[in-house]
Design a protein around this ligand. Structure first.
Ligand SMILES: O=C(CO)[C@H](O)COP(=O)(O)O
Length: 162
């Protein structure tokens, strides 16, 4: 399958170095047509993980980017922030299987990484694997993701009494 991903990247001060490494890697990846770096850009830039994570997730929700890679100390704060933006599904994942399932089971558009948890080479490998993954809207997972989307849209549904 060929890809032409538009990726937004972002980090707080804890994630700056790893985010820059991933952004450089993405810029030379043939599967990526655009990398938009929302910062932080240097050690003088003290924007927080919610500031950057929400802005990146909004870019995905607007359709300005297909996906986001967000980096903070653990990845957790970035994932929590991104998940607050309607239509966005974000996860922390530091192993291949979780990265794979975040797309194939959960249709996550946002991968959050912890710069204080994962090494740079594993992070680059995980992002590379992630670029080859695409959610199958005809898969058995689609109806489960749709329950979440309906709940988010205020439509309620079959989650209520299980
Ligand atoms: O990892 C972070 C949030 O999940 C962030 O990089 C550090 O947050 P802090 O411990 O609140 O400074």
């Amino acid at each position: 399958m060929t890809h032409a991903w538009r990726i937004v990247v972002g980090a707080d001060d804890a994630g700056l170095q790893l985010k820059d490494l991933i952004a450089d890697t993405l810029r030379t990846d043939g599967r990526v047509v655009d990398v938009s770096d929302l910062g932080v850009h240097d050690s003088e830039d003290h924007r927080t993980y919610p500031d950057v994570g929400l802005a990146a997730a909004e870019a995905v929700a607007r359709g300005d980017a297909d996906r986001a890679v967000l980096v903070c100390g653990t990845g957790i704060g970035m994932a929590i922030a991104a998940n607050k933006v309607p239509g966005v599904r974000a996860t922390v994942a530091h192993d291949s299987y979780s990265v794979q399932r975040s797309v194939l089971s959960n249709d996550c558009q946002v991968l959050a990484l912890g710069a204080r948890v994962v090494g740079p080479e594993l992070a680059r490998l995980l992002v590379s694997e992630w670029l080859d993954l695409q959610f199958d809207t005809a898969s058995a997972s689609a109806s489960k993701v749709a329950i979440i989307s309906r709940f988010e849209a205020g439509e309620g549904g079959e989650h209520v009494h299980s």
